[in-house]
Design a protein around this ligand. Structure first.
Ligand code: FAD
Ligand code: NAP
Length: 487
């Protein structure tokens, strides 16, 4: 049966009205692992009446998976393949590559600058904060801003090709002794960066060419990883500890035996602690006679200041620490004694810090400044704006810059369940969503990068890496990325 045109048009109008009023429109801020896993879980559970728009301030996606995870951990970055597969699936489902219905990536759109948070609240039914941690923790001691003290966030961004960190120019060709303050997994990544052989270990990774060349000229020989608490409180995990212990050309100097027993304090050790101790004992002085490069762990010391090298005032001479002590119950307290460690360079690796978005205060979105996170229960934020929009958060901004990518997998899955259950109860009123946001971006002349743009940038990076041992060569300048799209 052939319907007359007016009937088709009426039926289509009814259908689209029905569709549009039943579509739950979600804005996700960020495109790191937590944003992607949340999108994947949401669309898996509810493929029909959801529309997700993902906003990323950089032209390219993946957050710390691209700009944080160490270049020698490609298996961790495999999550990116899953994310790409997901977007591909969405595109083929909708058969509209540049503007698919259920999911759209908006690269180079910073929320708070290009699009205001208030505009997201007005246009979407739910806002999901997945924007990670934009700041670094500070020691708050004199000399922290000296050129011989570098923060891990900048150092990591530098070797991973984050365009905002490319001016760092760390003086690795001028120093022999480096102290890393803090002993989390980022500190352990930095030990490998500083000590592993650039030719055999780094040359075939996605480390930037600039960082690789700097490492080739590096004169670093000794690294001390210094912590303010004891061995049992070490923040690194055993897997990462073992990884660095196994290098044949690096010696693990262990630590002072005298201090050792005190740190354990006769405590009954759990399985993880036993394993850590086993590893430390087994590998102490493992390559003593052959290795030119050394590292050790140092405990119970709080940094209080730095001495500058009088011959080269751009570098340090030593770091001054206040010694701490541990009592029989395992309580740690400061002593009056000072100690110093000889080092020309210090890298502070004391964790990242989440910050509120600029409009939080004005809109009333809660934020815990002390912990650097958005308070939430299973990702749900106790805040509903006047438009009835619900607020959620996930990943590092939801848990205070802690956890690895598996943690993101778990928390994003819980969040998707929470959102889905809220959706069952929510009476959906029509909201413009993507349509309005696209108009705003166009009126503001924002050059949005689409998913296809990202694929073109990625293809260019693969091409750039072709003549080296690397899988690809990251483009480390946002303007150059846009030039690729213009070409
Ligand atoms: C140095 C380092 C190494 C790591 N190595 C590992 C590892 O080996 N294995 C592992 O499992 N985990 C590792 N992790 C942890 C892992 O990277 C994190 O668990 C994970 O990336 C957190 O994901 P996220 O989505 O919450 O935040 P992120 O990955 O930080 O993503 C947040 C995104 O939001 C964007 N954004 C921020 N503000 C805005 C805004 N206003 N508008 C739009 N977009 C915005 C950012 O540009 C970013 O792309 C590492 C972390 C670091 C720091
Ligand atoms: N391979 C991996 O899976 C991997 C790799 C990298 C990162 N990550 C994850 O990413 C997260 C962040 O890692 P991270 O290493 O940046 O942070 P982290 O694990 O929180 O470690 C921070 C370190 O800095 C110390 N510290 C903090 N403030 C200090 C201060 N004011 N003075 C002296 N020391 C201070 C902490 O000591 P205290 O313990 O005493 O507070 C701790 O040793 C972690 O959850 C980590 O597991 C995972």
């Amino acid at each position: 049966m052939v319907l007359p045109l007016n009937k088709i048009t009426n039926s289509f109008a009814r259908q689209t009205r029905f569709l549009s009023t039943n579509v739950h429109k979600i804005a996700i801020i960020g495109s790191g692992p937590s944003a992607f896993y949340t999108s994947i879980n949401l669309l898996k559970q509810n493929p029909k009446n959801l529309q997700i728009d993902m906003f990323e301030q950089n032209p390219v996606p993946f957050g710390l998976s691209r700009y944080g995870v160490a270049p020698d951990h490609p298996e961790v970055k495999n999550c990116q393949d899953r994310f790409e597969e997901f977007v591909q699936e969405q595109m083929s489902l909708n058969n509209e590559p540049s503007d698919n219905k259920n999911f759209k990536f908006f690269g180079k759109v910073k929320i708070g600058k290009d699009i205001h948070l208030a505009e997201l609240y007005k246009n979407y039914h739910s806002v999901v904060y997945a924007y990670g941690s934009s700041a670094e923790n500070q020691l708050g001691i004199p000399g922290e801003d000296h050129s011989g003290v570098i923060n891990s966030k900048k150092f990591v961004g530098w070797y991973n090709g984050d365009p905002s960190c490319q001016n760092l120019n760390p003086p690795l060709d001028k120093v022999k002794n480096v102290t890393i303050i803090g002993n989390g997994n980022v500190a352990i990544d930095i030990v490998r960066i500083l000590l592993a052989d650039p030719e055999t270990h780094w040359a075939n990774t996605d480390i930037t060419e600039t960082a690789l060349n700097t490492l080739k000229k590096s004169t670093v020989e000794n690294v001390v990883v210094s912590a303010r608490r004891g061995f049992l409180e070490s923040k690194f995990t055993n897997k990462e500890f073992k990884e660095v212990l196994e290098f044949k050309d690096i010696n693990f100097d262990g630590w002072n035996e005298e201090l050792f027993e005190k740190l354990l304090n006769g405590k009954k050790l759990g399985r993880v602690e036993k394993r850590r101790l086993q590893l430390a004992k087994k590998y102490t002085n493992n390559n003593k006679d052959t290795a030119k490069k050394h590292w050790r762990l140092d405990y119970l010391k709080t940094p209080v200041g730095f001495k500058v090298d009088s011959n080269d005032p751009t570098l340090l001479k030593e770091t001054i620490f206040q010694k701490r002590t541990i009592d029989e119950e395992g309580n740690i307290s400061d002593t009056k004694d000072l100690a110093s460690t000889e080092n020309e360079l210090v890298i502070t690796s004391i964790g990242y810090k989440g910050e509120p978005l600029p409009e939080f205060k004005k809109l009333g979105v809660p934020f815990d400044s002390k912990r650097g996170m958005i308070p939430n229960i299973d990702g749900k934020i106790d805040f509903k704006d006047p438009h009835g929009t619900l607020s959620y958060c996930t990943g590092w901004i939801a848990n205070g810059s802690r956890g690895n990518i598996n943690t993101c997998v778990m928390s994003s899955s819980i969040l998707a369940d929470v959102i889905n259950s809220d959706m069952q109860e929510l009476k959906i009123t029509d909201k413009p969503g993507r349509e309005e946001i696209e108009k705003l971006l166009e009126n503001r002349n924002v050059r949005v990068t689409t998913w296809s743009d990202w694929l073109r940038i990625q293809a260019k990076e693969v091409l750039l890496g072709q003549n080296s041992a690397k899988p690809f060569e990251k483009i480390t300048d946002f303007d150059k990325m846009l030039n690729v799209l213009r070409d």
